[in-house]
Each structure stands twice: as structure tokens, then as C-alpha cells.
Design a protein around this ligand. Structure first.
Ligand code: NAI
Length: 334
């Protein structure tokens, strides 16, 4: 049972499915405690980033006989892993479907914001060929601070080094060999914030990383810093970010994720009045670009997601084998 299905999910899963695979039911609604009932009779449920598998949802899934939660994403902050363990429902995920897709989107946000492409696009359509307000800076020679040095971060670092940027990094598990090979420097988070012209977030959302960019962190940053978040919305305290933008301490922000995105992202809400004042304020800044959790959204990534998810489900249902399992201990290890 696929929750939160969009037409492109269905196309990718239909492409990847073989004749001997179990039947797939596609649901547009998100997985949560209200909709869990839709999974009655399913062996496995498949969820994405804005589905919620909290303790109550998982309790219901267990009651309905669901035996596996197969996430079709890398992050698993939306699943109560302890509740899943208690109910005996294993959780599997797609650890990497295209680190390139996410890293390249982070660069797209950075370049668009720095060179004001989003503003130039509208201006020239309206016959306004003035350069006023479109001044950018050379990335070459500037410093990028990368939080987390996993798969996506390493792709991003490779690209940013191509621009001639100096790279600082922060990770509770620094890979000194990688640092020596690539010429990056690991620093404590506070020092990274103080020295970086561009900050990009690539760590998972955990109790240790929630609101890692808050008012105190912003106060430490270089004036005019560009912040890119393709990680998870709650890595940034959005109201503190808005204050930083209003005080002009923050030069620009590129956000592919937002704390309260579940109510908006992936939906066309253009015929409704926006209730979320924080999101509305963010969208009012001309130096902020919000994209709708689309960093993963490439053809290659969608196909990889469908292939790995189906393989995870097949292994479990046919052979009782857990591939790409996540456990509460995994969360701790991060
Ligand atoms: P990964 O597991 O390869 O790397 C994560 C890195 O973060 C690891 O090196 C880990 O040691 C580090 N880390 C853990 N706790 C940390 C902390 N407290 N401070 C700094 N670093 C910490 O993960 P990957 O594939 O690079 O993905 C990173 C995140 O990107 C995912 O957790 C997910 O939330 C997000 N993501 C967003 C997508 C989008 O479409 N916007 C798509 C895919 C992932």
C-alpha cells in the first residue's frame, strides 16, 4: 500500500514492478493515524517524507496485520522506530537513491540566489533589463561550511571544490582520511558557522540536530551568509531565520524543506488562502527561494527509489530477509 502517491510515483513503480511482485495499491492520502485504516489487509505499507508513522499509526498498522514499513526515502525522522520495534514491524528505507540529485539541487539554489536568476527571469520578461539589485559574488575563493559529510555532502563538496571554494565541514564522525584526500577541514559547528560564506545542511534530523540553526547560531554567522537547507525543515528554527533575514544578517536562504511542510508541499494550494504566516513571510523575501522538497526529484532518483523499495519488499515477503533496515539503534549511531 503506497501512501502519499503522486502520478510520477505510480509511473516509476509500475515501470520497476515485475509480474511476480505483490499487488500494489496506490493511495493519494498521507499515512497518519487517521488514514492508517486504508492499510487494512496489506502486507507492507510504503511511506514517503511527509507521511507520519507515529506510535498510534504504527499500533493501528500492527492491528491491521501490516508486517513491514518500507520507506521510499532516506530520512526516517517521521517514523517512531521504538514503537515499530515494540509492535514487531521492521522498517526499511532507500539509503541512497541519488546523492547527485540532492547535491545538484543545493547548487541550483545557491547559484540562483547568488546571481539572482529568479529575479532576472521575471524582470526581462517584463522588459526590465536593469541590473539594479542583481549584484552577486564570486564563489571562487569563498568558504562553504557543510554540516554532515555523508553521501550527499560529498557530492556537493566535489562540485563546490570545482568552483574553487574552500570547504569546512562538521560531523560527529569525522572522516580524517577523506578530509586529507579532499583538502577539507573538520571544525566544531560554532567555528564553521563563524567562518563560512555559504552554509549547507546535509545531516539527518535527530534530537542532536533539531534547530541546529537557531538565533544563537545565526548571531555567530558572517553577515551576509547564504544558508541552504536540503536536509530537513526542523534543522532550522524558521522564526529565527526570518529575524536574521529581517535584520539583514542573512544574505539569502535556499530552502527545499520547511518545518511545517507537510500541509503544503507536493500539493497545489494556489486556490486557497495561506494559513501559515511563517511560510507566507518566508515567501515574501526576494532573497529566499523555497522549493517543495524537490531536491530528490530526478528521473534517475525516482527509478532508483522504486527499484530499491520493491527489492526491500520482495526480500522481506519472499525470503524473510531485511535489506536496508533502520532501527532505533541506527538513529542513535548517527
Ligand atoms: P548520510 O547518512 O550519507 O550522511 C549523513 C551524515 O550526517 C553522516 O556523515 C553523519 O555522520 C552526519 N551527522 C549525523 N549527525 C550529525 C550531527 N549532529 N551534526 C553533523 N553531522 C551529523 O545521509 P545523506 O544520504 O547524505 O542524506 C543526508 C540527509 O539529507 C538525510 O538525512 C535526509 O534528511 C536529507 N535528504 C533530503 C532529500 C531532499 O529531497 N531534500 C533527499 C534525500 C535526503
Amino acid at each position: 500500500m503506497l501512501f502519499g502517491t503522486q502520478p510520477y510515483d505510480r509511473e516509476a513503480f509500475d515501470r520497476a514492478r515485475t509480474g511476480s511482485d505483490p499487488e500494489i495499491c496506490y493511495h493519494r492520502s498521507h499515512l497518519n493515524a487517521r488514514n492508517a485504516v486504508l492499510a487494512r489487509g496489506a502486507d507492507a505499507v510504503c511511506a514517503f517524507v511527509n507521511d507520519t508513522a507515529d506510535a498510534e499509526t504504527i499500533r493501528q498498522l500492527a492491528e491491521f496485520g501490516v508486517r513491514l514499513i518500507a520507506l521510499r526515502c532516506a530520512g526516517f525522522n517521521n517514523v517512531d522506530l521504538r514503537a515499530a520495534a515494540r509492535c514487531g514491524i521492521p522498517v526499511v528505507r532507500v539509503p541512497a537513491y541519488s546523492p547527485h540529485a540532492v547535491a545538484e539541487h543545493a547548487v541550483a539554489l545557491l547559484l540562483a540566489l547568488n546571481r539572482k536568476v529568479h529575479r532576472a527571469y521575471w524582470r526581462t520578461r517584463d522588459g526590465n533589463f536593469s541590473l539594479h539589485g542583481l549584484l552577486g559574488f564570486d564563489l571562487c575563493g569563498k568558504t562553504a561550511g557543510i554540516v554532515g559529510t555523508g553521501r550527499i555532502a560529498r557530492e556537493l563538496i566535489r562540485i563546490l571544490k570545482g568552483f574553487g571554494m574552500e570547504i569546512l565541514a562538521n560531523d560527529p564522525h569525522p572522516d580524517e582520511r577523506y578530509a586529507a584526500e579532499t583538502g577539507i577541514r573538520y571544525l566544531p559547528r560554532e567555528e564553521l558557522f563563524a567562518q563560512s560564506d555559504v552554509i549547507s545542511l546535509h545531516c539527518p534530523l535527530t534530537d542532536q540536530t533539531r534547530y541546529l540553526i537557531d538565533a544563537a547560531a545565526i548571531a555567530r554567522m558572517k553577515p551576509g551568509v547564504t544558508i541552504i537547507n536540503t536536509g530537513r525543515g526542523q534543522l532550522i528554527h524558521t522564526e529565527a531565520l526570518i529575524e536574521g533575514l529581517k535584520e539583514k544578517r542573512i544574505g539569502a536562504a535556499g530552502l527545499d524543506v520547511y518545518e511545517e511542510e507537510a500541509a503544503y508541499f507536493y500539493e497545489d494550494t494556489s486556490d486557497r488562502i495561506m494559513d501559515d504566516d511563517v511560510l507566507a513571510r518566508l515567501l515574501s523575501f526576494n532573497n529566499v527561494i523555497v522549493t517543495s522538497h524537490q531536491a530528490f526529484f530526478t528521473r534517475e532518483a525516482l527509478d532508483n527509489i522504486a527499484h530499491t523499495t520493491l527489492q526491500n519488499v520482495r526480500s522481506f515477503l519472499n525470503e524473510g530477509r531485511l535489506e536496508n533496515e533502520v532501527r532505533a539503534e541506527t538513529e542513535h549511531a548517527l
